[in-house]
Design a protein. Structure first.
Lengths: 530, 268
């Protein structure tokens, strides 16, 4: 656990060298401007979080004041957290108390790479202090204990044997409690965790809720606490560090190729292949850029992987910014499963489907996954629902189709949104005789229809559910039902006609709803026949 | 210093080689066509074909003609047709529709739809797709005038197509013709459908009027009235020529064959 108490001010100072002197960030809390973050110098001169901004200005005349921008700080901290994945693959930001400042690293099985837990903690702390961050850290068997120690004690490595003695001495705030809970405990005279632990559990639960006991148990390791790593968990990866940072995309891609070869040798030895590949570029200035590509079928072909990344990188263009350089590149693979080696035959057909999938991969990596599509037929009589476009990467080829049914006439091209047309007919319910579409008129010579497609009767009388209905709050007895129109199958029944104009163009048009006297019919054009 | 006679022979040989290198697909296709007389030829793969129609509202017929040819190229080894369209032209031209493909006689599973963001990406995707040996044909639907789609681009595409054996169909709209390296150029317009069998008022089997504007592939015949069934093209004799003056033999602004440095015509 790493704790950066004055991360917002440290970060802003690092980002903008002009900021000097005591710096505070203010925020509007309950209608008043109050301090939300205070740097070390301001704290030494008596300012604290929660103070009124006017008071603070009076106390420290040369104060530098900025407004707190939480979304910016949160994203910056997330980047900062990603950068720490060069220490451990499992990093997450703890957002229980604040959106930034608490960093959780799972260093199980990693510490020996840095010469033990103590050395690793020292390395992480000194490296951040050199950059000008105020930081405290702790290594402990549980997340709760590490949080408590990093916030309320000096930085240290806590062994399982010392867990109870150290935690017992810490104040109750160290349990990540809500302010109301802390106030209640102080009222009861319970100041340290040790005192709290000796009390009966049931009255505590009755008074402070189950969350107090959960936090207590989490700190002592009686129940498990999970962390959600920010970056996808990579089962296998290859990485390369550079003595001098590199910047050019071409260099990155060449390295990527080398790493892909390393990775494929390992995967081949294990008889595995992967579907998702991630390239992490660690910048010198604590940012990580992640590029991900997917493959439709399991692969370990380094050429193919490199090709996907080079396509993906061309889509970046302006976004790619190496900053001061990249000092580490990691290629990770996920969604790994067994892939047997196959013998390639010169005359066999089996490689063909694979080739097509690789083509789809390449096109998706450059144009985007939603740009390469396949048609999936759906059992529905409503034309726009009868076919669905799905990404080619995800489409499954095995669709059972009942070909015995005669096929009704359907247009070769369908307009995504039907366009309104003006139709004249000799008799109101007869075949259309002329049409105006896109400001041109067409004389209709041949027409057939109608093919009546009804709406789904099983939805009749239902209201549109645009938002899920909220459960009623206290004191608000009748639940609010939005007064939306009921679904009427009659109104959205369509009569489709195939029409042909004098030049032989053939269109698919429909009339919305039934014909009613006195009401103008509404017609739409929906598609073109070949 | 070779003698003038030798030089002449060398030049003739160079020309022959250039012809073989440049248009091997067309030479092959010509040989195939000569066996099928009178009928609309079943063209082999490896050709870059431009298909023009005068207006965007004929888009359905144009796609039909391209898919009808592409269907003939599908084999067990070449099992896909890639359709390319600009993402923002879907509403203008409509998108290929699965059940419609089925009733046209084309398997929707064999069609991969690609929606590119701009013409550069579309051309990239076309080259990438035609290089794949599993692709039988690429159908590129370009609804508006594109500066990037110039002679160089079409030359690249035609060489790619000839090298890999898949066909590229460029669907274009309008009356303007630019210099291009396409092997064949068609001009298509829909024609009145056949007489309905059971209902005289209903549209019958479809008919297209197809004119070959470029590429001397078929002797003595440049105009066809075509029908289409699931099993292939049907050829009909053209009737009532000249009733519609726009479809009849108007003079179109033809592209001037580009002359490259070697003095050999590239577009003829």
């Amino acid at each position: 656990m790493l704790f950066l108490p004055s991360w917002p001010t440290d970060y802003l100072k690092r980002r903008d060298g002009q900021l000097q002197g005591p710096l505070v960030l203010h925020e509007r809390i309950k209608g008043g401007l109050r301090l939300a973050a205070v740097d070390a110098e301001a704290a030494r001169r008596g300012l604290s979080i929660g103070q009124n901004l006017a008071d603070a200005r009076a106390m420290v005349p040369d104060l530098t004041v900025r407004e707190m921008d939480r979304p910016l700080l949160e994203t910056a901290f997330a980047d900062f957290a990603d950068w720490h994945s060069n220490a451990s693959p499992l990093v997450s930001v703890m957002t229980d108390v604040t959106g930034f400042g608490d960093l959780v690293l799972d260093i199980t099985g990693v510490a020996h790479l840095f010469g033990g837990e103590r050395a690793m903690l020292r390395l992480l702390l000194t490296r951040l202090r050199d950059l000008g961050y105020t930081v405290a850290g702790a290594v402990a068997p549980t997340i709760g204990a590490a949080w408590a120690v990093s916030h309320f004690a000096r930085s240290q490595v806590l062994e399982q044997a010392d867990l109870e003695t150290v935690l017992d001495a810490l104040p109750v705030q160290a349990l990540r409690l809500a302010p109301a809970q802390v106030a209640g405990l102080t009222q009861m005279g319970l100041k340290s965790i040790g005192q709290l632990r000796q009390r009966e559990r049931k009255p505590l639960q009755a008074r402070f809720g189950v969350s107090l006991l959960t936090r207590l148990d989490q700190a002592y390791g009686l129940i498990q606490e999970r962390m959600t790593p920010r970056l996808p968990m990579a089962e296998r990866y290859a990485e390369r560090r550079f003595a001098d940072p590199i910047g050019l995309m071409d260099d990155v891609l060449m390295t990527c190729h080398d790493l892909a070869i390393q990775l494929s040798i390992r995967l081949e030895a294990e008889g595995q292949g992967g579907q998702a590949f991630h390239l992490f570029l660690y910048r010198v200035d604590h940012k990580v850029m992640a590029l991900s590509v997917n493959s439709a079928r399991l692969t370990r072909d380094p050429e193919h992987i490199t090709k996907l990344f080079s396509n993906r990188s061309e889509r970046l263009e302006g976004e790619y910014d190496a900053g001061f350089g990249i000092d580490m590149i990691r290629l990770a693979v996920s969604s790994v499963s067994e892939l047997d080696a196959v013998q390639l035959g010169a005359f066999s057909h089996q490689g063909v489907a694979e080739d097509l999938d690789q083509l789809n991969d390449r096109m998706s990596s450059r144009l985007g996954i939603m740009a390469v599509l396949r048609t999936q037929l759906v059992e529905s009589h409503i034309p726009e629902r009868a076919a669905r476009l799905v990404p080619a990467l995800a489409a499954s080829n095995d669709q059972a189709r009942d070909r015995a049914w005669p096929l009704p006439p359907r247009p070769l091209r369908l307009l995504p949104v039907p366009e309104m047309v003006a139709i004249n007919a000799e008799v109101p319910e007869g075949l259309p005789a002329s049409m105006i579409w896109r400001r041109e008129s067409y004389k209709i010579e041949k027409a057939s229809g109608p093919e009546r497609l009804g709406a789904e009767w099983w939805r009749s009388g239902q209201r549109l559910q645009l938002v899920p209905t909220e459960p009623p709050k206290k004191g608000e007895t009748p639940p609010h039902i939005p007064n939306l129109a009921l679904f009427e199958p009659d109104a959205v029944t369509r009569d489709y006609y195939v029409v042909e104009d004098a030049a032989g163009r053939r269109f698919w048009i429909y009339r919305q709803g039934f014909h009613r006297d006195g009401e103008p019919a509404v017609w739409y054009l929906h598609g073109f026949f070949a | 210093m070779p003698s003038p006679d030798q030089r002449q022979r060398l030049a003739a040989l160079r020309e022959t080689i250039a012809d073989i290198e440049r248009k091997p697909a067309l030479a092959e296709a010509r040989a195939l066509v000569e066996q099928q007389q009178g009928e609309f030829p079943r063209l082999a793969g490896g050709l870059l074909q431009e298909m023009f129609t005068d207006e965007r509202r004929n888009a359905g017929a144009l796609l039909g003609f391209a898919l009808a040819q592409a269907k003939g190229l599908l084999t067990a080894q070449r099992l896909a047709v890639v359709y390319l369209q600009l993402g923002d032209e879907a509403q203008k031209l409509g998108m290929p529709y699965g059940p419609g493909l089925l009733s046209f006689g084309f398997d929707p599973d064999a069609l991969v739809l690609v929606r590119a963001a701009n013409v550069a990406e579309l051309l990239w995707a076309a080259e990438e797709a035609i290089a794949c040996r599993a692709v039988a044909a690429v159908v590129a639907d370009i609804g508006s005038h594109a500066k990037l789609l110039n002679f160089t681009a079409s030359r690249r595409l035609s060489l790619r197509a000839a090298a890999t054996g898949g066909s590229i169909f460029l669907l274009r709209y309008g009356q303007g013709r630019e210099a291009s390296a396409a092997h064949l150029r068609w001009r298509l317009s829909p024609a009145r459908s056949a007489h309905g069998r059971y209902d005289a008022k209903a549209p019958g089997a479809l008919r297209w009027l197809v004119q070959l504007e470029k590429g001397a592939i078929i002797k003595n015949q440049t105009e066809f009235v075509l029908g289409w069934t699931e099993n292939g093209f049907a050829t009909f004799t053209a009737q009532r020529r000249g009733t519609d003056r726009r479809i009849g033999g108007t003079t179109l602004p033809r592209a001037v064959p580009a002359q490259l440095a070697d003095g050999l015509p590239q577009t003829a």
